[in-house]
Design a protein around this ligand. Structure first.
Ligand code: SF4
Ligand code: ZN
Length: 323
């Protein structure tokens, strides 16, 4: 006997939503996810009428869902997709990015494609090769360089194109992991900066928003799959080569979620509400970021050189890997 959708009662249920206990058809799952995205956008004024938005597109399931929903909610002429290749051997995404370009075209969204190598001079592989060869004794993870570099490129394009917001496809699992990591590190400043209402502290920074932050990773995977998207499924090799705190936290949260479905959603709602009053008190409003002496980009008030320049310092002075 076919199971009917718990919401519409008409169509065949194709997904079990663990955190709610509902069995949903494809359309009701999409509407349920879209509703959470709209709630977040409205609750935190993430995208205002007239805003032009740069969307970071990785080619993964989250970016297909984000792109699809934003293109439905806003005029595609207000949206620009930016795809950034990290330059990681074996994590080949050439055909996924071409496919993503076609999807953007179909949705009427302009799409730009670039790479870490092209814009910053060094791919993630270049960075890791240099670190391993330099015998400096300190090896920062590939993800540290990759994350900072991608954020920098997203911000530069949004600024250069005169856009108002940068939207990224961080899902609920990503967001909870980052909150937990900052709690474990005791970094209250970063914890507050993560809140959707936190302000930017430099005119050079474009506000980043995460419209799908209340949507579970398994939901974006299900939706992207059911919508027929061919998304990137290969896992980046650097995750297993050097497990980071994020990997450990993710493993812990996955097992907690299995044990008590909905635990991450409740945690995110709780911490959002708890931090909101602190953010609204404007504790960090007066902070002015300083500017990096080497590249001129904004950096923490106590820094002379930004983290990005610090990471590539050795490569820059030796001229390595720049072609
Ligand atoms: Fe970049 Fe790390 Fe993600 Fe790989 S796992 S793409 S290195 S952030
Ligand atoms: Zn710098």
């Amino acid at each position: 006997m076919e199971l009917r959708c718990s919401i519409c009662g008409v169509k065949r249920a194709v997904a079990y939503q663990r955190h709610s206990g509902l069995k949903l058809c494809r359309d009701c799952l999409y509407e349920d996810v879209k509703k959470r995205v709209i709630d977040q956008i409205n609750r935190y004024s993430m995208i205002l009428p007239g805003d032009r938005v740069l969307i970071g597109l990785s080619g993964g399931k989250d970016s297909f869902v984000l792109l699809n929903i934003l293109a439905e909610l806003y005029s595609p002429s207000k949206l620009i997709g930016l795809m950034i290749e990290e330059g990681i051997y074996g994590y080949n995404r050439g055909e996924v990015l071409e496919y993503m370009e076609n999807i953007c075209r179909e949705l009427g969204v302009e799409c730009i494609r670039t790479s870490l190598k092209k814009d910053l001079g060094y791919s993630v592989d270049d960075y890791m090769k240099y670190q391993l060869a330099s015998n400096s004794g300190y090896i920062a993870s590939a993800c540290t360089y990759c994350g900072i570099a991608r954020r920098r490129i997203l911000n530069s394009y949004a600024r250069m194109l005169g856009l108002d917001k940068v939207a990224t496809g961080h899902n609920l699992d990503d967001e909870v992991q980052t909150y937990v990591i900052n709690i474990l590190r005791g970094d209250f400043m970063r914890l507050l900066q993560l809140h959707p209402l936190s302000s930017v502290h430099s005119t050079k920074l474009i506000k980043r928003v995460k419209p799908i932050r209340m949507v579970y990773e398994y939901e974006t995977a299900l939706l992207a799959y059911m919508m027929g998207y061919r998304f990137q499924e290969v896992e980046c090799p650097y995750i297993s080569i050097r497990p980071t705190l994020r990997v450990k936290v993710r493993e812990m949260l996955v097992s907690l979620e299995m044990w008590s479905p909905g635990v991450q959603l409740r945690f995110l709602e709780f911490i959002d509400t708890t931090l909101e009053s602190v953010v609204k008190m404007g504790v960090f409003k007066s902070i002015e970021l300083s500017h990096c002496r080497l590249c001129g980009e904004p950096t923490s008030p106590n820094r002379v050189i930004c983290k990005f320049c610090e990471l590539i310092d050795g490569m820059r002075t030796s001229g390595s890997y720049r072609q």
